[in-house]
Design a protein around this ligand. Structure first.
Ligand SMILES: *[C@@H]1O[C@H](CO)[C@@H](O)[C@H](O)[C@H]1NC(C)=O
Ligand SMILES: *[C@@H]1O[C@H](CO)[C@@H](O)[C@H](O)[C@H]1NC(C)=O
Ligand SMILES: *[C@@H]1O[C@H](CO)[C@@H](O)[C@H](O)[C@H]1NC(C)=O
Ligand SMILES: *[C@@H]1O[C@H](CO)[C@@H](O)[C@H](O)[C@H]1NC(C)=O
Ligand SMILES: *[C@@H]1O[C@H](CO)[C@@H](O)[C@H](O)[C@H]1NC(C)=O
Ligand SMILES: [Zn+2]
Length: 945
């Protein structure tokens, strides 16, 4: 569709952190025009003394108890007193009063809202504060993302939006040096890996398992080097990681916000309650205690908390005094020095201390699950709000690939074309907000969850205009496009009511995929043809209440065999016919009774965050399933009814190497007054020896062992909840012979509580709040579902020898995340329509995943390529692979109209027709070699034909 004229190749993923063997922090060069920001703006410390770095900060949730905009304006203060606009107003004002003062700001979604509303004078003032390092951005993403339930592609995107705004607005001085995840409820290794690859110098967080924290305090191991990838060659994914001393709060007794009650420093001896001596001596005690659990003579104190600094004068006036009076004690022999600081200034001092390696311990696993007490495991939110989690995931798919790619392919016409004015920005921002640690995590109030969904829906509307404009321009037909958003529940008014219609399938992956399309239609008499008029294999499947047909073009092979127990109607075995493997595999649905607080061990209730089953007992929903089978040349289906609120369709498509289980759960009954956590469990003959595997944010896979943590000795207090882990895209169990992999369609929690078994939590309906602030039981219902939310989803099963299993599950998980776009047009396509076209010249090698193609500015396209295999995954694919951007120009997209045929042919034919212009330049720049798990980012200049 277009070709490149010239190319600028940038690599925003700067990879340089620790030299092997030495703790060395790269202190970035500060540009000449702004000589004092960054590390150079840090206050002097006193060598030989205990230096206490005070970090004034606010933690501003991008939605939680209130919506993001309510928080910004300070609306609905009856729910929670919080107004971010006032925080920024007040902080800027207070920073100007004293050049020693410092402040860090984190959530760019809020900062952006505020900045837009400031006068030019105020913007200049703020720029100066940033240039002088008095106001410093840390983390800098649009939000502070959740780590358990997010997909790395959406995390990279939301970081990009925030960092780009900061760079465009403030230049190099706006660049955050440290990642700052003070509130997320457990920490994913893949997040640390992404931060390291994005060039952050360090990472700080607040929450980790209470047992882990207590032994780290005792052994002074609260700071470490996190080796966040088993594939990327060290030190690419090594990141200095610090655990903050008080979560992210100030030490007890030193909270001077208007939201706190601690006494101010009263320093006039003539007035009542003079307390300077008292406050100073208390502070010295706190500092001495803290240095006892850290290694160096620098300690950090977070001076702030949730939505604090709305009246920043209170904080700063008292901090000024604290610093003055504590430091005055030095004349009398005190060796404690207090200073205004930031996390990066603190980090710089650790760097300057020339600590020899291995001074800090190395961490190679992750920080899941997170427990703050013996029966308080934050493993419920892995599954909370399953419908929102799915909506977020398909929105990601739609944005990443359809909307972004169509914008690139269509050029300016996509944004203003025959269907009007559309954009991708609305969806980008809605998705960025949805990554917040109280958004996709499912830990917000109901009205806030509705707000996130509404934002995503607005994003879809804008994207659909854009996509229609591009498809019209590329196909030459401006027949209206119809998007059936309820296809997942077999609802599509157009296909159900018209006798002739066209199906358009857009495959966003840079390689051909076979995909079956199921559509609700009226009757069974349909003929399906592809774009050349050839018949396509399709079949009507009579289902309960509606009729669907399926289209599929691949040749028939049987790869899998599934058996059911005729007496129970349950799955009984799964075989891979190619490899001649068979495992016993039974599956059923169960629920845990959510604790209501009346439990002999603990008063902790199950809630949006916490999974606290009343006991380890699972209640079976039904020992047997009523079944019905449907079989035709395209698909074999077994429909199972377990109860009025649990059913499943097991599908095996011809030519497919995976078994599809489409489950439907809800409305979960609560008439018995029992909250329920609904799971499905696979029990197999696989000898898994207490071990199972889960992915981290959809990327690398971590080994999990029952009742065990790799780097510390666990006292297990919750046999089920304490063995739950986040599953973002896949989990598996294996032995020497067999690996059973389950690919999920959204983030869910799961565990392997018995050998050979794998359970996944699908839905939760709870009657109590878990006392972590949200203040509502997780009991979802809506106008559409007044009896309680019904959720449907898919699990994809594959059985392979362990050595080659990744060859199946890696591409499969990407296909589930990045689904083709299906659109419809009424009637047949007009004769002059171009039925098939492609932006791809050649398919990418199988190991390479096209992570991002997105319009960066009017001239440039952002491109990210990724090696999608881990180093240990596969003999075949875990090799370095070279892509020549010149012969494989991107974006690698292809478009198919009508029916489904392998798109490879089409892609090749286009490039054959239009040879690429020769580009002058260094051939080595055009050749990109990707090693396992590497991501490379480019900005390409493209010209539309
Ligand atoms: C950062 O911003 C500067 C202008 O301040 C711009 O020239 C540069 O291209 C930006 N970098 C990126 C990667 O966008
Ligand atoms: C230092 O000690 C002297 C003598 O005890 C006392 O007068 C003075 O107030 C002390 N200074 C401070 C800052 O505490
Ligand atoms: C660290 O090493 C540098 C260079 O050798 C030296 O100038 C500096 O004083 C050392 N810093 C400390 C705290 O020892
Ligand atoms: C869209 O294009 C039309 C026709 O060229 C033009 O009149 C209109 O102003 C454009 N709208 C926007 C928002 O750019
Ligand atoms: C389905 O087809 C029947 C028979 O042709 C017709 O009467 C009915 O209106 C159609 N239903 C819809 C929803 O179009
Ligand atoms: Zn938070």
């Amino acid at each position: 569709m277009f070709s490149k004229m010239a190319t600028t190749v940038h690599t925003p993923f700067v990879l340089l952190l620790f030299q092997i063997g030495v703790f060395s922090l790269p202190v970035s060069q500060t540009p000449q025009e702004s000589p004092t920001c960054g590390y150079k703006s840090c206050h002097a410390i006193k060598p030989g003394m205990l230096n206490v770095h005070l970090v004034p900060h606010t933690h501003d949730d991008v939605g939680w108890l209130k919506t993001v905009d309510q928080y910004f304006y300070g609306a609905r203060n009856d729910i929670q007193h919080a107004g971010v606009q006032y925080i920024l107003d007040s902080v800027v004002d207070q920073l100007l009063k004293n050049p020693d003062r410092r402040f860090i700001y984190v959530e760019t979604a809020f900062f952006y809202r505020w900045w837009k509303r400031q006068s030019g004078d105020m913007q200049d003032t703020v720029k100066q504060l940033v240039d002088e390092g008095r106001l410093e951005f840390v983390n800098g993403g649009w939000c502070m993302s959740d780590e358990a339930t997010t997909h790395y592609s959406a995390v990279v995107d939301q970081m990009t939006i925030g960092l780009r705004f900061l760079n465009d607005t403030f230049g190099p001085c706006g660049r955050p040096r440290v990642a700052w995840h003070i509130d997320p409820f457990g920490h994913a290794r893949e997040h640390a890996s992404v931060f390291a690859q994005m060039g952050y110098d360090g990472f700080f967080f607040g929450r980790l398992d209470y047992q882990d924290r207590s032994r780290r305090k005792a052994s002074r191991e609260q700071e470490m080097v996190w080796r966040a990838s088993e594939s990327l060659v060290p030190p690419v994914a090594d990141l200095f990681t610090g655990i903050l001393p008080n979560g992210y709060n100030p030490p007890e007794g030193f909270c001077w916000d208007q939201l706190c009650d601690d006494p101010p420093i009263r320093d006039d001896p003539d007035l009542e309650d003079y307390n300077v001596e008292d406050v100073v001596s208390k502070f010295l005690t706190v500092a001495q205690e803290q240095v006892g659990v850290y290694k160096t003579n620098h300690i950090i104190m977070t001076m702030g908390s949730d939505f604090q600094y709305e009246n920043a004068n209170l904080w700063y006036k008292n901090l000024d005094k604290l610093i003055r009076y504590v430091n005055q004690k030095q004349v009398n022999g005190s060796n404690i020095h207090v200073l205004y600081s930031t996390p990066s200034c603190y980090l710089q001092e650790l760097h300057r201390a020339n600590l020899s390696c291995p001074y800090f311990p190395m961490r190679i696993d992750d920080f899941f699950p997170y427990a703050d007490a013996a029966h308080d495991f934050w493993t419920g939110y892995f599954t909370s709000r399953p419908a929102l989690k799915r909506y977020e995931r398909i929105s990601n798919s739609y944005l990443q690939v359809i909307c972004n790619q169509m914008e690139v392919l269509g050029g300016p016409t996509s944004r203003n074309g025959s269907f009007g004015v559309g954009n991708s920005d609305t969806m980008k921002k809605a998705m960025a907000v949805a990554q917040h640690h109280d958004a996709v995590s499912g830990t917000e109030k109901q009205h806030v969850a509705d707000d996130y969904a509404r934002r995503l829906a607005n994003g879809w509307t804008q994207c659909q205009v854009l996509v229609s404009n591009t498809l019209a321009a590329l196909s030459g037909s401006s027949a209206p496009r119809v998007y059936c958003e309820h296809l997942n529940i077999s609802v599509c008014p157009l296909t159900e009511s018209s006798s002739k219609f066209s199906v358009n399938v857009y495959n966003p992956l840079a390689r051909p995929v076979g995909w079956s399309v199921r559509l609700p239609v009226n009757g069974t008499a349909y003929a399906v043809t592809d774009s050349s008029g050839n018949a396509v294999d399709s079949t009507a499947v009579n289902a309960i209440g509606c009729t669907t047909w399926s289209v599929e073009t691949n040749q028939k092979h049987a790869f899998l065999k599934v058996t059911f127990d005729p007496e129970t109607g349950l799955l009984s075995s799964l075989s891979n016919l190619e490899t001649q493997q068979t495992v016993r595999l039974s599956q059923n649905f169960y629920w845990y009774n959510a604790s209501d607080g009346n439990n002999k061990d603990s008063k902790q209730m199950s809630g949006a965050y916490i999974f606290r089953p009343n006991s380890s007992t699972t209640f079976i929903i039904s020992k047997t399933a009523k079944i019905e089978t449907v079989q035709n040349s395209v698909v074999q289906e077994v429909r199972q009814w377990f109860s009025p609120w649990v059913s499943q369709v097991v599908r095996l498509y011809a030519d497919s190497r995976v078994l599809e289980l489409e489950w439907t759960v809800g409305p979960v009954p609560i008439g018995d007054n029992m909250g329920k956590e609904v799971i499905t469990r696979f029990d197999t003959s696989i000898n898994s020896s207490g071990i199972f595997y889960t992915d981290s944010n959809g990327r690398e896979v971590l080994q999990r062992r029952k009742d065990y943590r790799p780097t510390w000795t666990l006292t297990q207090t919750e046999p089920v909840a304490g063995n739950y882990y986040p599953i973002n895209s896949r989990a598996y169990i294996k032995d020497e012979k067999d690996q059973l992999t389950v690919v999920t369609d959204r983030s869910q929690g799961g565990g392997s509580i018995q050998d050979g078994s794998l359970e996944i939590m699908l839905h939760r309906r709870l009657l109590h709040d878990d006392v972590r602030g949200v203040g509502e039981p997780l009991n979802e219902a809506s106008d559409l579902y007044p009896e309680g939310l019904v959720v449907r989803g898919r699990l994809l099963l594959s059985l392979n020898p362990p050595a080659v299993a990744a060859n199946t599950h890696r591409p499969l998980a990407q296909e589930v995340v990045l689904q083709p776009l299906i659109t419809f047009t009424e009637g047949l396509l007009p004769p002059n329509t171009r039925p098939e076209f492609s932006g791809l010249q050649t398919a990418l090698p199988p190991a390479v995943h096209l992570l991002t193609v997105s319009q960066w500015d009017p001239d440039l396209v952002l491109l990210r390529l990724e090696h999608q295999y881990e180093a240990r995954d596969s003999k075949e694919h875990s090799q370095p692979v070279t892509v020549n951007l010149q012969v494989s120009p991107l974006p690698s997209t292809f478009i198919l109209l009508t029916g489904l045929s392998p798109s490879y042919r089409c892609a090749v034919c286009l490039s054959g027709e239009k040879p690429l212009p020769k580009t002058k330049g260094d051939p080595s720049v055009w050749e990109v070699t990707l090693k396992p798990m590497e991501i490379r980012t480019f900005l390409l200049r493209v010209r539309l034909r």
